[in-house]
Every structure is written in C-alpha cells, then in structure tokens.
Design a protein around this ligand. Structure first.
Ligand code: ATP
Ligand code: MG
Length: 438
C-alpha cells in the first residue's frame, strides 16, 4: 500500500477505530494492476474522521464519505454502512451506518470488489473474492436477483468489469442479468454513460457484443441492436454492420473519442440501406445521417459538448475518400484542424482494417499518402486558416472593401487561392487579387 494510505489507516487505528483499504484497490493490487484510487472503509463516523485529520473535504457526507488529503494524494474515507431499502432499483432511500465491517462488505456488488485489507489483519475475504479472482469470474455478493433489483446499474457494471478484466460471468449472475436487463431503464443516463464508457475504453471493447447478447443495449443503446441486424452485401464487407463495428472498435487505441466514434460511425446504416437489383447493399448518405444520430445519442447520454463535437465531426468525415493532393488536404485541414484530422486518419485506417480485403491495400496506401501530405503542409507552415492569411479584414477595409458580408467573401476567396498555392500567401499578391473581386 502507498505510505499515505498506511498513514491514514494507522491514524484511525491510533484513535481506536477499525480501518481497511477496500474494494477496487484491493482487487487491482492482487491482480498486479495499478489501482485508480485507494478507498478506505472505517468504523469511525464522518465527524470523527474530520476530527482526526487536519485536511479534509466533505465529499459525500450523506453517504458517509470524507476525503482526507494526505501526502500528495486524496483518500476517500467512508464509514461502514448498510444501504437502506432501495427505491425503484435506483438509489438507497437512506444510508445507515454500522459498526460491522461484514455488513459493509455485504452491500458491495461483486465478490472481487468486496475484499478489505490492512497490514495488521491482512486480507478480509468473506465471500470468496480471491477464489473468483483466480477463476476469473464476476459473481454477485449474495443473491444476484436481489442485488440487481436493489440497483440495476450493477447489471452494466458486471459487464464493464468483465471487459476490463477479461472475466466470465458466473452462470447465476448472468441469468439474473438477462432477466433484469430491462430494469436498466430506471437508471440515469449519467450513470449508464460512466459504465458504458469504461467498458468501451477497456482492453476489450469487443465485449459490447456480450452487452448486446445480454439484452442491455436494447435498453441503453437500442440503435446498436439495429446494427447487429443489418446485413451489408457488398464487396467491401465481410461482416454485417454490427460485427464490422465491433471489429473496428478493436483497431483504435483506448481513447474515448476514437472508441465512441467507431461505435457510432455506421449508426445510420440501417436507416440508409437500399438493395439494388443485383442484391448489392448501398448506404448512401449514411455519414451525415450518422452525424445527426450520434449527436442525439451522445446528448441523451449527457456527454460534454466537446466530446459530442469531435465524435460528430469524425463520423461525418469517416467515409470521405480524399485524394492525397495538397489543395484538397488543406481544405479539409481548414474544416477539421490538425488534431481532429489526425484522429480521422486513425478512424479511416481502423474502418478499412475491419472490412473485407477488397481494395484494402489501395486504401491504406492512399491514407498513408494523405498523412504524408499533412506532414509536409504542417512542416512548411502552409496557410489553411484565415488566422494565418497574409491579409486581414482590416487590410481589406483599407483597400475599400465595404464593411459587411463582402469582407468575409473576399477573405474566403483569398484563402481559397492560398490553399491552392501557398506561395500566394503574400500581402502584395492578395491585395491585387482582392482588387479583381471588387
Ligand atoms: P474502478 O477501478 O473502476 O474505480 P472500483 O471497483 O473502484 O473500480 P468504483 O465504482 O470506484 O469501482 O466503486 C468502488 C467500490 O464501491 C466497488 O469496488 C464496490 O465495492 C462498491 N460499489 C460501487 N458501486 C457499487 C454499486 N452500484 N453497488 C454495490 N457496490 C458498489
Ligand atoms: Mg474506484
């Protein structure tokens, strides 16, 4: 355990209280994974915790949580508690503090998350968490049906941990998941987003298929179920739309923007599918339609605006077969900016890798050339934005261009000239050029 965690636990012991590291940090340490944070559970009440430590923050007093600032880190110290009766499978109506560690561990979701540890007593494992870690199994503490009925979010958490750790679901736990998946409907979009996002950015985003098979996407992302049912009979594809999506997810790094883009890049294909006389499927207009659908989905899941903006733009452009020619690339750089353009290349490569072999080499070669173009444009400092154009709106007014929309028109025309040929980005040339427009 890190020294600051020991220090917090020791200070609580010195005042006669029980204290343990608990939950995810114990699980991850046993698995030799780096814990995200170190949670501490204690018999001391929140008030008593605040009296013992100098620097504390009231993080969630109603849940018994006080953050203790010690060393360079923050430690969440939570009083042993029993979650009272649950209101419609959502949150406990009341939180009851208890003096029993066993009761605190019993309210936790899975056996692998219900272990406690301190240096004096070693591991406290009342529900065979260690055995389940060794067997690589996600299993509820107690009766799965009861536990999922108390808090339906645990249904999605089970699959999230399964994807993060590569664990199987215990049969009784899986049965209860399938039976109770519809009750996820009661869970807030924010809580769903957190778990779905953790699953997607895990090492195994392909576990989305298990989420689908358990009947969970039907409730939290019904658009995904349509993908799983949509064939795409054409030479570019060897999978249906859903299978292609899952394959594509595995070809991008574990970054939320890239993973959500791949998850949703073909989201409008079911709505845009037409089959010609030869039985070949076409999906005309699915990229702009997908941009719209993705925005609506991400808004529904309460994503932040910047994530929505980036994912939506990447989906709109994901299918654009751009020629590796600098004027073309400068125009697209103007629309996306260099950073998003870089992500678009990753998206296009992943999309290609998840298709059939048909034209794959040619496509990858073209994308490689586009990347080269971008590198040269950026290295040369070519202008592709109004910001770096050699004339400004003020310059144009001095030339006699009337205030109003005409200024913007002239600036854009000048930028267009410069994107074709960056050598023209001089005040002399552009001044003469703008005069021809008046
Ligand atoms: P992560 O590494 O993602 O943080 P974690 O196991 O720490 O994983 P948290 O969501 O941070 O997960 O929760 C901390 C602990 O609180 C869990 O290990 C578990 O013991 C308990 N817990 C969290 N959410 C629930 C829940 N919905 N129902 C029951 N117990 C829960
Ligand atoms: Mg945690």
């Amino acid at each position: 355990m890190p020294p600051s965690v020991n220090m917090v636990i020791d200070s609580l012991h010195a005042k006669g209280f029980e204290a343990y590291a608990v939950g995810g940090c114990v699980r991850d340490t046993i698995l030799a994974r780096e814990p995200d944070d170190w949670d501490i559970t204690t018999s001391a009440s929140p008030q008593q915790v605040k009296e013992i430590f100098d620097r504390t923050v009231d993080t969630g007093l109603e849940h018994g949580t006080v953050t203790v600032l010690a060393g360079s880190g923050a430690h969440e110290v939570t009083t042993y508690r029993i979650d009272g009766e649950y209101e419609d499978g959502r949150h406990p109506k009341e939180v009851v503090f208890t003096s029993s560690l066993a009761e605190d561990l019993r309210r936790r979701d899975f056996t692998i998350n219900a272990m406690a540890y301190n240096n004096e007593e070693g591991l406290v494992d009342l529900f065979d968490g260690i055995r389940d870690l060794q067997r690589k199994v996600i299993r509820c503490v107690g009766n799965p049906t009861e536990r999922f009925s108390e808090d339906a979010l645990r249904i999605l958490r089970a699959l999230r941990f399964s994807a993060q750790l590569g664990f199987k679901l215990d049969p009784a736990t899986l049965d209860a998941i399938i039976a109770l998946a519809p009750t996820l409907e009661k869970i807030s979009a924010e809580r769903i987003r957190v778990e779905l996002n953790k699953l997607l950015i895990s090492k195994r985003p392909e576990y989305m298929e298990a989420v689908y098979e358990a009947g969970i996407t039907k409730i939290v992302l019904p658009e995904f179920d349509e993908l799983m049912k949509t064939p795409q009979n054409n030479p570019h594809h060897c999978y249906n739309v859903g299978e292609h999506t899952i394959a594509a997810l595995q070809h991008v790094p574990a970054d939320p923007i890239l993973r959500w883009t791949m998850l949703l890049h073909d989201i409008a294909k079911p709505a845009c599918r037409t089959t010609d006389e030869a039985g070949i499927d076409h999906f005309k207009g699915h990229a702009p339609a997908g941009e719209k659908m993705a925005k609506a989905i991400l808004r529904r899941l309460k994503f932040d605006n910047e994530t929505i903006r980036q994912v939506a733009a990447l989906i709109r452009w994901h299918d654009c077969r751009m020629a590796p020619e600098k004027p073309v690339i400068r125009r697209i750089l103007n629309k996306l900016g260099p950073e998003l353009f870089g992500k678009l290349m990753i998206v296009q490569e992943a999309d290609t890798m998840a298709k059939s072999l048909y034209q794959r080499e040619e496509t990858l070669e073209r994308i490689g050339k586009v990347r080269e173009c971008v590198r040269e444009i950026l290295d040369n400092g070519d202008c592709f934005m109004l910001k770096t154009l050699a004339v400004s709106g003020k310059d144009l007014m001095e030339l006699g261009v009337p205030k109003g929309p005409k200024i913007g028109e002239c600036l854009n025309a000048a930028l267009e000239e410069v994107m074709k040929d960056p050598a023209k980005n001089t005040k002399e040339y552009l001044t003469e050029y703008v005069k021809t427009l008046l």
